[in-house]
Every structure is written in structure tokens, then in C-alpha cells.
Design a protein around this ligand. Structure first.
Ligand SMILES: [Zn+2]
Ligand SMILES: [Zn+2]
Length: 258
């Protein structure tokens, strides 16, 4: 069984055909998926998916790209996370690619999420883009290692991966690792210890080869696993076993299907 550790099934491209999406998951042996929250306004829809489907789970958080949305404080996140199907805090982090002026509100929001994760004992789902140095600095300053979590859709250097691993974090690869031009990232995917590796789709974005350019979905996480197996020259079953075990170890509130 495979697990998609990061998807956005509440986004319009997927939400209007959830039954299809779940059927493809089943056909591809993808037995669990984590539905990621990006703003509080949409959180009820994310939670609704997790409540309706036993093998879907939810996170609560506000993505760093979302300016001018309902701003969470620690107490609010802690309260929303107090639900058996909410198993992590995020996605949160820093994104200076889309917010080129590196606004203070992003860093403040990230700190709030880390504090909430520590208080709830639920791990963090961290997004970082063009902001690795500040991301790691804030993780250290706020004691993110105590909550643990994952660096999702990882696209940074080996040095950044190593720093995150030292803080106890997992590294998750998306369909980007299947892209032919992602040479440096493929090298990182070879080096991350097998017991700290996760796979994800970040669907509806970033469809892996051979579906590149289409609307991505959790069932296609298998292609990410296949590429990692190829890069490391190990059987697909080893990647499947390791990434699934890792997922349930990190997100310990998720019930593993029998
Ligand atoms: Zn993200
Ligand atoms: Zn995402």
C-alpha cells in the first residue's frame, strides 16, 4: 500500500470528481491520503472529506501565499486541531518566491503554527520556497523539532535537507522528482535516508511523468515512488514499505488500515 502524504482534494479540479479520484487511488494501491488545509475559510471542506472517507485525513493551517485571509492565532489552531481526523498543523512555512518582499506577516504566521504544533503534539507540514535560510532559522528559534514534521514538496539543496533531517524532520518528494530537468533534486532523493523519506502528489498540481501537465491526483503518487526506486536502484516494494511505514510513524494519529 502507498500513501499520498500531501494533496488538496478540496480544490475545484478534484472536489467535483472525488469518486473518480478515490477509484484511481484504490486501483493504484494508494490506501491513505492526507488532505492539506491552506486557509481557514476552506478548512471545513477539507475536514468534511476526512469525515466522509475513512482513509482520508486532514490538517489545519494557513499557507504562506495566502495574504488577506482569516489570520489564525495559536488558540484557534489548537482548537481546530482538536478533532480525531485532524492529524497535523499546516501547511505552513515561508514562500519568498510569490511574496518577493519577504513580509514579516509570513514569519509571524509561521511562528504561530509552530507554537500550535508544539501545544497539540501534532506534527508540522512545512512549505518552503526561496526562503530556506529563514525557514530553518525560525524552525530552530521556535523549537519545531519538538513537534517534528515534514518538509513537503522538497526542492531545496542537500544542505537544506541535511539541516531539516538534523531537526528530526522527514523529507517529502513530489512529482517534480520525476521531471527530467530536476537533476539536483534527483541527487537529494538518492541521499535522504530511507527511513526519513515520504512521497506526495501535492495534487492537483505537479503531476508526475507520465502524466505531466494534467490535473494531478493521489493515485499517481505511485509514479513518484517508482522514480525514487529507480534513482536508488532498489525495488519499488522497498520504497512502498518505507514511505508507508514512515508516514504512519510521523502522523501517529492516523489509523493504519488493516
Ligand atoms: Zn506547499
Ligand atoms: Zn500543498
Amino acid at each position: 500500500m502507498f500513501v499520498d502524504s500531501h494533496c488538496h482534494l478540496d480544490f475545484p479540479d478534484l472536489a467535483n470528481r472525488v469518486d473518480d479520484v478515490l477509484a484511481t487511488m484504490a486501483a493504484n494501491g494508494v490506501g491513505t491520503a492526507l488532505c492539506i488545509s491552506v486557509k481557514l475559510e476552506d478548512f471545513p471542506r477539507v475536514l468534511g472529506l476526512a469525515e466522509r472517507h475513512a482513509h482520508l485525513w486532514a490538517t489545519v493551517g494557513v499557507h504562506p501565499d495566502n495574504d488577506g485571509v482569516d489570520e489564525p492565532d495559536v488558540a484557534r489552531l489548537v482548537a481546530l486541531a482538536d478533532h480525531p481526523k485532524v492529524v497535523a498543523i499546516g501547511e505552513t512555512g515561508l514562500d519568498y518566491y510569490w511574496q518577493k518582499d519577504a513580509p514579516e506577516w509570513q514569519r509571524e504566521r509561521f511562528r504561530v503554527h509552530i507554537r500550535a504544533a508544539r501545544e497539540t503534539g501534532k506534527p508540522l507540514v512545512i512549505h518552503t520556497r526561496s526562503a530556506a535560510e529563514d525557514t530553518l532559522r525560525l524552525m530552530r528559534e521556535e523549537g519545531a523539532g519538538e513537534a517534528g514534521g515534514v518538509m513537503h514538496c522538497f526542492t531545496e539543496t542537500w544542505a537544506v535537507a541535511e539541516a531539516a533531517l538534523e531537526l528530526g524532520f522527514y523529507i517529502s518528494f513530489s512529482g517534480i522528482v520525476t521531471f527530467r530537468n530536476a537533476k539536483d533534486l534527483k541527487e537529494v532523493a538518492r541521499r535522504v535516508p530511507l527511513d526519513r523519506l515520504l512521497i506526495e502528489t501535492d495534487s492537483p498540481y505537479l503531476a508526475p511523468v507520465p502524466h505531466r501537465g494534467r490535473t494531478n491526483e493521489p493515485g499517481w503518487v505511485v509514479h513518484v515512488a517508482e522514480e525514487i526506486a529507480r534513482l536508488r536502484d532498489i525495488p519499488l516494494a522497498s520504497v512502498e514499505q518505507a514511505t508507508t511505514d514512515n508516514f504512519f510513524r510521523l502522523f501517529r494519529h492516523v489509523q493504519r488500515p488493516l
